[in-house]
Design a protein around this ligand. Structure first.
Ligand code: GLN
Length: 198
């Protein structure tokens, strides 16, 4: 299994290390051609405005939308979650519009803005370590979204079919639960993915 990691800016290397520790191969994605070689894709944290501009300039905006709509697994953390959302506010910003949710950028109060917490999740029985770095608040989720973890009264890990989004950074802890879950999604998607009609 080969997992692509959008490698424009941000903490893509931490995701690669986590994937390698779980036995998956990775490929740094900076072009639609690289994406075509991948079975799944991670959109890392960083600055969503910069990343979005890169996607639009390099033709990756349309390529990623098609990749996701074909049924491949895509995982966005923090800025990546902002890119996946159907609606971005604070300020308003374009996005890939793939997951039915509204996010508010940089909307956590000072206490949660950048810190480490332990919270409950549906992926494991023990509390999960969550590192927040100026993450977005998920303010609305459509009925098709499954909330896998919440913190401070808001969803922080959500799934919609083959798409997964975290507003925290599971790649920055030693816990491999979220990445292992994503690999399972990717392997299931690999067997089910079909190219959409063009
Ligand atoms: N604040 C960033 C943004 O709005 C996201 C921060 C992150 O990815 N750690 O794009």
């Amino acid at each position: 299994m080969k997992i692509g990691i959008l490698a424009v800016q941000g903490d893509f290397e931490a995701h690669a290390a986590k994937m390698h520790s779980l036995g998956a191969e990775t490929l740094e994605v900076r072009s639609p051609a690289a994406l075509e070689e991948c079975d799944g894709l991670i959109l890392p944290g960083g600055e969503s405005t910069t990343q979005l501009q890169f996607l639009q300039e390099e033709g990756l905006y349309d390529a990623i939308r098609k990749f996701a709509k074909d049924g491949h697994a895509v995982f966005g953390t923090c800025a990546g979650a902002i890119l996946l959302a159907s609606e971005v506010k604070n300020p308003r910003q374009a996005s890939l519009g793939l997951m039915d949710m509204t996010v508010l950028r940089n909307a956590y109060g000072r206490q949660v803005a950048s810190d480490v917490f332990f919270g409950a999740s549906r992926l494991k029985s023990e509390p999960m370590e969550m590192v927040f770095i100026r993450g977005p608040v998920i303010d609305r989720t459509g009925s098709g979204l499954e909330i896998l973890a919440e913190f401070a009264g808001k969803p922080v890990l959500v799934q919609e079919g083959n798409l997964l989004a975290a507003t925290f950074h599971p790649e920055l802890t030693t816990d491999r639960t979220v990445h292992a879950h994503f690999l399972q999604m990717a392997s299931r998607a690999m067997h089910e993915a079909k190219p959409t009609e063009v």
